[in-house]
Design a protein around this ligand. Structure first.
Ligand code: FE2
Ligand code: FE2
Length: 247
C-alpha cells in the first residue's frame, strides 16, 4: 500500500491511498494539499495512515511548514490525524466553521482552532479558500466544503464517493452513476429536503475541478455533474416521502 501524489490543479495536490479491503475493488482515501505561502491540508486522513500521508506531504512541502488544516466534518478519515499534524507542524492551526469548533473540534484538537463562518475567505498567499457550510450534506451537522477560488477547485469531500482505484484526474466521465452505486452500498448521505438544494448551490460556483475524497479528481462540466447528483437525491427524497404511509 502506498500513497500517490498528483497535481490536479495548479499547486493543488491529490494524495491518494487505496485500501484494497475497504470495499470491492478497493476504496481510495484522498487528501488535498494546497501549496501556497501558507500551505493548507484538506483532510488529514485517519490517524493510522499518518505515516503514509505525512511522507506524501513531504514530497510537496516540508510537513513542518503546514499552516492550515481543514476538512469536511468530524470523522476519522477527515481528521483522524489532526493532532499528529498539529504536533509535526508547530505553526499549523485547524480552521473550521464555528459550529464544528463548538461541537467537536474545540475539544478534540490539541491546539485551539480558528473559527470561520459560511462564506468567509482565507487568503493563503497565492491561493484563496472559501468556506461553505453544507449542514448534513452528505452527513454531519457541521459539514462544510471548501472552494479554492484561484483554480476554481471545489474540495467536495464525500460528495460523489465511488468504489475502486480510479486515475488521479479524469475528464468528462459520468461521476453520478458510480456515486449512487456507492450510496446504495454504504447509505452515507442523510437525504433530506435540503440535500438537493445544497448541492445545486455548489453548482452555482461553476467549479472547474471537483476534488473528491473517495474517487478521482474531475475536470469537466462540474456544474452538470453536481446537478446530476442533486437530481438523484431529489428523486430519492421524493421516493422516501411517497413511501410514508399516512393513517
Ligand atoms: Fe464522511
Ligand atoms: Fe470520507
Amino acid at each position: 500500500m502506498d500513497t500517490t501524489v498528483h497535481e490536479i490543479a495548479q499547486d493543488v495536490y491529490r494524495l491518494s491511498t487505496c485500501i484494497p479491503d475497504a470495499a470491492p475493488g478497493g476504496f481510495t482515501f484522498n487528501q488535498y494539499l494546497i501549496d501556497a505561502d501558507e500551505p493548507m491540508l484538506f483532510h488529514t486522513g485517519p490517524r493510522q495512515m499518518f505515516g503514509l500521508v505525512g511522507a506524501a506531504i513531504e514530497r510537496v512541502v516540508p510537513l513542518e511548514r503546514l499552516r492550515w488544516i481543514s476538512f469536511g466534518h468530524y470523522e476519522s478519515d477527515e481528521c483522524g490525524a489532526m493532532n499528529d499534524v498539529l504536533a509535526a507542524a508547530p505553526d499549523a492551526e485547524v480552521v473550521f466553521n464555528g459550529l464544528g469548533c463548538m461541537v467537536s473540534i474545540g475539544d478534540m484538537a490539541d491546539r485551539p482552532p480558528r473559527s470561520v463562518e459560511d462564506g468567509d475567505v482565507l487568503d493563503l498567499g497565492g491561493h484563496r479558500v472559501r468556506f461553505i457550510t453544507t449542514p448534513h450534506v452528505p452527513h454531519g451537522w457541521e459539514a462544510q466544503v471548501l472552494f479554492e477560488e484561484t483554480t476554481s477547485t471545489l474540495l467536495s469531500g464525500d460528495l460523489f464517493s465511488q468504489l475502486g482505484e480510479p486515475p488521479a484526474l479524469v475528464q468528462d466521465i459520468d461521476l453520478v452513476t458510480p456515486s449512487f452505486d456507492a450510496e446504495a452500498m454504504f447509505g452515507y448521505t442523510c437525504v433530506t429536503a435540503n440535500t438537493a438544494p445544497t448541492i445545486r448551490r455548489l453548482a452555482d460556483l461553476a467549479p472547474r475541478t471537483l476534488a473528491l475524497m473517495h474517487g478521482p479528481a474531475f475536470a469537466g462540466d462540474c456544474a452538470a455533474a453536481l446537478h446530476g447528483l442533486a437530481d438523484g437525491y431529489a428523486e430519492r427524497f421524493a421516493a422516501s416521502i411517497d413511501a410514508v404511509v399516512v393513517r
